[in-house]
Design a binder for this molecule. Structure first.
Ligand SMILES: Cc1ncc(C[n+]2csc(CCOP(=O)(O)OP(=O)(O)O)c2C)c(N)n1
Ligand SMILES: [Mg+2]
Length: 277
């Protein structure tokens, strides 16, 4: 896909995830919006996948370590054809497989996540297994910046470089907010790049809501042979809905009817603008 088409897809992802949250009256809005460009690029351009055969041996693996941002993940999986898009309407309803966090009973989802701090460890295990089997599949994992307060992340970071896992790519959605406020107030993360570098990773810092930069970085991995790759993606929590941007309360806020309708109109005008380019 071209960058232009990917930008259009990212607007679709935002429309879809906000509709799911509005309908369900539940969800994690801010972090789903901040990571919408990254998850769209992964699923429409980067990952090797076969939606008709989710267990295809040659696939790349993806773990949504910040499992609460499931809405964008479900939206791209459905649009890529892993399951019927109509199922998105059942999000968070009784007996639906589309629960509030990733559920590996759904085609395309490798790993149940939601308890933060486990995705990187799981991804290290997957990447190590693939290396031992002399396979070339890659493993991608998307983490939150608040999630980095979990000690298990750092054990995994150590192991990834110890085992020279250059088939592992971690992305941090660096929106500077977690559930209750700024990451720097709750548990400071800086100097984040140097921390990971000191753990033996090759780190690149990008603007994570800029599709050009997201795709360029994801296409350039592994950055260094023999090292795990980390992309620190600077993003805005709530990206795309002005009232939600950079506001901690929108971590799991649900828009009322008027804000929902206003946001959908904004997305539609973004689409029209892109159509005219
Ligand atoms: C182990 C664990 N502790 C607490 C939570 C509750 N929780 C859900 S989301 C969240 C904040 C995460 O912040 P961040 O990783 O920055 O996510 P984002 O900003 O991308 O939404 C917390 C504390 C959890 N899911 N798992
Ligand atoms: Mg965050």
């Amino acid at each position: 896909m071209t960058i232009h088409e990917l930008k259009q897809q990212a607007v679709e992802t935002r429309k879809s995830l906000l509709s799911m949250i509005y309908q369900a009256k539940s969800g994690h809005t801010g972090g789903a919006l901040s990571s919408a460009d990254i998850i769209t690029a992964l699923y429409f351009e980067i990952l090797k996948l076969d939606p008709a055969n989710p267990d295809w041996e040659g696939r790349d693996y993806f773990v949504l370590s910040k499992g609460h941002s499931v809405e964008g993940y479900l939206a791209v999986l459905a649009r890529r054809g892993f399951f019927d898009e109509a199922l998105l309407k059942t999000f968070c309803q009784y007996k639906s497989l589309l629960i509030g966090h990733p559920n590996n009973k759904l085609p395309g989802i490798e790993m149940n996540t939601g308890a933060l701090g486990h995705g990187l460890s799981i991804s290290v295990g997957m990447a190590l297994g693939l290396k031992k089997d002399k396979k070339t599949n890659r493993v991608f994992t998307l983490m939150g910046d608040g999630e980095l307060a979990e000690g298990s992340v750092w054990e995994a970071a150590m192991a990834a470089s110890h085992y020279k896992l250059d088939n592992l790519v971690a992305i941090i959605d660096r929106n500077h907010l977690q559930i209750s406020g700024s990451t720097e107030t709750v548990m400071s993360q800086e100097p984040l790049q140097q921390r990971f570098e000191s753990f033996g990773w090759h780190v690149e810092v990008i603007e994570g809501n800029d599709m050009d930069q997201v795709v360029s970085a994801l296409k350039a991995v592994p950055f260094t042979e023999g090292k795990p790759s980390l992309i620190i993606a600077n993003t805005t929590k709530g990206k795309g809905v002005k009232q939600m941007e950079d506001v901690a309360a929108w971590h799991h806020g649900v828009p009322d009817q008027s804000l929902f309708e206003e946001a959908m109109l904004t997305f539609e005008s973004m689409e029209k603008e892109l159509d005219n380019v």
